[in-house]
Ligand binder design. Structure first.
Ligand code: PMP
Length: 284
């Protein structure tokens, strides 16, 4: 039986229940994080915590933690009691529970929910690369906040699935912003392009880590929006997220990226990112 954590208690999954007056349930008034762990080590942890703090502050949601070191303890304990070696933490904080009303009291006590799941196997995608489709970015203009309001992302991801693609790259005025669950990158003439961090994208933790690697390797990086035609003309393309790391993109809207094979620079970055994650693992 799997354990979750809900508002101060470790509970069996089927016993963790939340009020129907939870504002997450009624208004999607909440934020979340997904954090990977390997060999029970939390990966890119401080980056996730920094983003969590930004999301809470942006929406003025009260933090459920007196101090954030208690969160680290909770996560480690949850991993331990679930006996999972490699997986992901899903952490959700909503503004709290109160009678349904758009207005809220600034004093509301937030609801904290944490669940855990096993790593999925993406090795096939890493070997073959994935297809992406494109569609208009219909999201609100605060995509930098990791809000649980994900309806546009759900629609986009499902559209990709219907087309046998992994992801939908969203377009705003003909420029690619990002995927529905990942950040988008293209490579042209050995320069790497990705949308700059602003309110049109979620500042991905993996994106930031990969950018750190790119800069260390002294590869030219351009943090600027790129158009759909730039994407069609790219030499290589890839996407990044916590759940998949780096995935090569070999087709965009059914057009091959270059020769339709995984690019060499993408392969190199995939290897470097693995090394980057391995370095965070403490072997006992
Ligand atoms: N953009 C969106 C819209 C996402 O949902 C995600 C995954 N949560 C990402 C980018 C990638 O972020 P990260 O690398 O932090 O998982």
């Amino acid at each position: 039986m799997q354990y979750n954590y809900l508002n101060g208690k470790f509970l069996y999954k089927n016993e963790s229940k939340i009020s129907t007056e939870d504002r997450g349930f009624n208004f999607a008034d909440g934020i979340y994080e997904v954090i990977a762990f390997r060999k029970k080590n939390l990966l890119n942890y401080s980056r996730h915590i920094n983003r969590l703090k930004c999301s809470l502050q942006s929406l003025k949601i009260n933090s459920p933690f007196k101090n954030l070191s208690s969160l680290h303890f909770i996560l480690k304990y949850l991993i331990e009691i679930n006996h999972i070696e490699n997986g992901f933490i899903y952490l959700q904080i909503t503004r709290g529970s109160s009678e349904r009303n758009h207005l809220y009291s600034p004093k509301l006590k937030s609801n904290l929910f944490i669940s855990i799941f096993q790593t999925k196997n993406f090795s096939k995608y890493k070997k073959t690369g994935v297809k992406v489709i494109t569609s208009n970015d219909i999201r609100w203009k605060r995509c930098d906040i990791k809000s649980i309001s994900l309806l546009a992302n759900v629609i986009g991801k499902q559209a990709a699935f219907r087309m046998k693609a992994y992801e939908t790259w969203q377009k705003y005025k003909n420029y690619i912003t990002e995927g529905t669950t990942s950040n988008a990158f293209i490579i042209k003439n050995k320069k790497i392009f990705t949308h700059k961090k602003n309110n049109y994208i979620l500042g991905g933790v993996t994106r930031d880590a990969v950018i750190e690697i790119i800069k260390k390797k002294k590869i030219k990086l351009v943090e600027k929006k790129f158009s759909i035609d730039d994407a069609f003309g790219a030499d290589e393309a890839f996407l990044t997220s916590t759940t998949v790391g780096i995935l090569p993109v070999i087709k965009i809207d059914n057009k091959k990226v270059s020769n339709g094979k995984i690019g060499s620079l993408t392969k190199e970055l995939m290897f470097d990112y693995e090394v980057y994650l391995e370095k965070q693992i403490k072997y006992e």
